[in-house]
Design a protein around this ligand. Sequence first.
Ligand code: ADP
Ligand code: GN1
Ligand code: MG
Length: 370
Amino acid sequence: MPDKAEIDFKGIVAGFRFDGEFIDAIPYGFGHINDTYAASFRKNDGTQHRYILQRINTNIFKNPEQLMSNIEKVTNHLKQKLISRGSDYRRQTLNLVYTVTGKSFLRTGDNKYWRAYEFIEGARTYQIVENEEHLYNAGNAFGRFQNLLEDFKADSLYEVIPDFHNTRKRFQAFSEAVKADAFGRAVKVKTEIEFANKRAEETGKIVELLQNGKLPVRVTHNDTKFNNVMIDDETGEGICVVDLDTVMPGSALYDFGDAIRSGTNPADEDERDLSKVCMDLRLFEKYTNGYLDATREVLTDTEVELLPLSAKLMTLECGIRFLTDYLSGDVYFKIHREEHNLDRCRTQFKMVEDMENKWDKMHSIVNLYR
Ligand code: ADP
Ligand code: GN1
Ligand code: MG
């Protein structure tokens, strides 16, 4: 996160159609990619309210205008669908706040890109699951999100990060990083490199089925971390899916797998005490039930059959990405301490191992829906 003092918030907020007088903007959330702030305003009647203000990470999203075009289209689609169902679109989808010139983003003089959303109050995101019903509800929310986008035209979206979940290509990039060993770190992570290498063959399994038409291409979220769904403070329901940067054509398996990776670990993603890290089967069951209760009629039998594999491959892929970034000098994911990416890699690999040990049980849970 950049030093707050360096940012001209007054100038930035003046560019948006915000209601009221700007009070302040404070860093918000725990994302690894963008810089997120909660911006507070005072209205004429004295009441205060907030907006989410985000600086888009243009090191990662090279074409923010295409990214914002995707988000605009997707949120408009979600809004229309929710309105037609009589649902509360102000809380069940992100709502962009436009700039004074009517754009979905503000480009500042220093060539930074900013966007804003209405703040969803009375709900929050969690880094780890505190209540297992939340995980059922998160699964259901991502499932409903998938359903609402069922009739959205995939080819109207830009592929903002090509091959985002192409696990095989992620493995190739990792192998290149090992070979280059630009920071002399490979020697420290021999065990992790070996762990990934042993599973190289498996990395192409989902991507190949998608490429040869055995799995359907759908519009998917692609970053279904548990902290990307807002949980209602009162009802505990998963009300709104956030973080739409990576909405692209993909596989429903990417979304399921990534959610299991993040939601079923009772510990933090960067926990150093690996004895605390596992893939909790009870949480797996909760998410699977929530997700399949919303999507079973939409998913093909092949998709359902491959749900456990997707959990393993998305977790392996994420671990490989953290390890690649560690080997490359921490250029992608924000880090807050030395070896942060290595710690994150280790939790992911521990989970992969745990899934391998619980393989049959994971299948038994999924098989109830087959
Ligand atoms: P990143 O891409 O960096 O992960 P997110 O878009 O996920 O950024 O936002 C970071 C956090 O901000 C989320 O985890 C959530 O807690 C909060 N957040 C995002 N959008 C909203 C919103 N519209 N209303 C309230 N909180 C939000
Ligand atoms: C990033 O933005 P955030 O923190 O929700 C990353 C995901 C990873 C995740 C790992 C655009 O997600 O792909 O799975 O970190 N997002 C991008 O925590 O690379
Ligand atoms: Mg996020």
